[in-house]
Design a protein around this ligand. Structure first.
Ligand code: UD1
Ligand code: UDP
Length: 379
């Protein structure tokens, strides 16, 4: 592939949600420092506040802001708005390569728009798979579709590479780089401390026992969200020195289920979504993490924190194999039992907390930049 019209390789990142910004930010930083590359960014703002929050933490430059979020957006309406918006931005920016990350609707449509425009597509975090196209929904389908649309597949692990090979992605289009989310964590985690005078600082100052951090937002968990909140309520009642810190996702479906059950409950601290560095500081202070998040399943092993994953299936089996994460499903009684068991078993927490790091050494971005430089002739 040739470099752009004036010898400069223009790489256009399309992203819209919190985790995409976190995982693209180190790659953007790395490519921006390479001679011969120009980085462009299209922020779909599928998440308005939550993507702005991380853009600020990492100082990510935004070339085009499509500002597409609508409260309570449906998948079809979001997809339609994205398709027109991202295609228009690509037409305007004329990149040599479109980069997307992960499995969100912004990621899928970014890849589709690049494909429609006849531009090479790079996929960060390629090759994650569960065995069920509806778990997680719609992310599993999104990443399979992006796997068909992309020309550069940046797989975080050997397992992800194997998944792509099984789907007949040519071996010479796959690079095992590690996950750029670990780059972000490496950059932030050593210095991440809770900022004084914040709600989080006040909460942690009052936590004298066990700290359990909770996050939940998966669409396929929405029918179970009230059950998840009830399990947390029961855990607080059962463990007298437990403090739950729960930064609640801005999704109205999550808030509607969680708030009526957990608002005002003693030792349950419901917070607004935390800036990334603040959330990392909270994870470092936690004894246990209970979540259905994808990214947190990668971050917690790096930080040596035990994680209980509220999902039936995970596309991140490496952390389960390493022993730092356990799948507990979406059923209220099981979540309660398994979490109570871990909260009452300090030795098991120590066993699980052994830092394992199956998702990379924190230098995935350099490898991605090397691949693009080799392919396009950037320096
Ligand atoms: C999306 C991704 C999911 C990712 C998650 C990260 C898809 C299909 N899903 O979840 O893979 O794990 O983001 O958090 O792309 N909202 C705000 N402000 C924000 C963010 C959200 O008000 O900053 C509200 C809006 O009402 C929005 C709703 O939350 O409609 C849900 O946002 P959406 O992007 O649709 O979230 P998910 O699809 O649940
Ligand atoms: N995160 C954050 N603030 C919070 C909660 C999470 O910055 O209040 C970070 C977390 O460290 C991880 C990412 O957001 O890097 C995960 O995002 P989310 O769970 O929304 O999406 P997923 O990873 O499931 O796609």
């Amino acid at each position: 592939m040739a470099a752009g019209r004036d010898g400069i390789v223009r790489v256009c990142f399309v992203f819209g949600t919190r985790p995409e910004v976190i995982k693209c930010a180190p790659v953007i930083r790395c490519l921006s420092q390479r001679e011969g590359f120009e980085v462009q960014t299209v922020l779909t703002a599928q998440h308005r506040e939550m993507s702005d929050q991380v853009i600020e933490v990492f100082g990510v430059p935004v070339t085009v802001d499509l500002d597409l979020m609508r409260a309570g957006q449906t998948l079809p309406s979001l997809t339609a708005r994205l398709c027109e918006g991202v295609s228009g931005a690509i037409q305007q920016l004329k990149p040599d390569c479109v980069m997307v990350q992960g499995d969100t609707t912004s990621c899928f449509v970014g890849a589709l728009a690049g494909f429609y425009a006849g531009i090479a597509v790079g996929h960060l975090e390629a090759g994650l798979r569960t065995s069920d196209v509806r778990q997680p929904f719609p992310e599993e389908m999104n990443r399979r579709l992006v796997g068909s649309l992309a020309s550069f597949h940046f797989a975080p692990t050997e397992g992800a590479r194997t998944n792509l090979l099984k789907e007949n992605v040519p071996a010479d289009r796959i690079w095992v780089t590690g996950n750029s989310g670990i780059d972000a964590l490496r950059i932030v985690s050593e210095t991440a401390i809770v900022a004084a005078g914040t709600a989080l600082a006040d909460v942690l100052a009052g936590c004298d026992g066990l700290v359990m951090t909770v996050t939940s937002h998966r669409r396929e968990n929405q029918p179970f969200m009230a059950g998840i909140a009830s399990a947390i309520y029961e855990l607080i009642e059962a463990v007298p020195n437990l403090h739950v810190v729960f930064p609640v996702h801005l999704s109205p479906a999550v808030r509607k289920a969680v708030m009526p059950i957990l608002s005002g409950v003693d030792r349950c601290h419901l917070l607004e979504p935390l800036a990334y560095d603040q959330f990392v500081a909270l994870m470092k202070r936690s004894d246990v993490i209970l979540t259905d998040s994808g990214g947190i399943q990668e971050e917690a092993p790096y930080l040596g924190k035990p994680v209980l994953v509220m999902r039936r299936k995970t596309e991140r089996p490496e952390a389960v194999e390493a022993g730092t994460t356990i799948l507990v499903g979406d059923d209220q009684a099981t979540i309660f039992d398994r979490t109570l068991g871990l909260l009452n078993d300090a030795e098991e927490r120590v066993r699980m907390a052994k830092a394992a790091n199956p998702y990379g050494d924190g230098y995935a971005s350099e490898r991605v930049a090397d691949v693009l430089a080799g392919a396009f002739g950037g320096r």
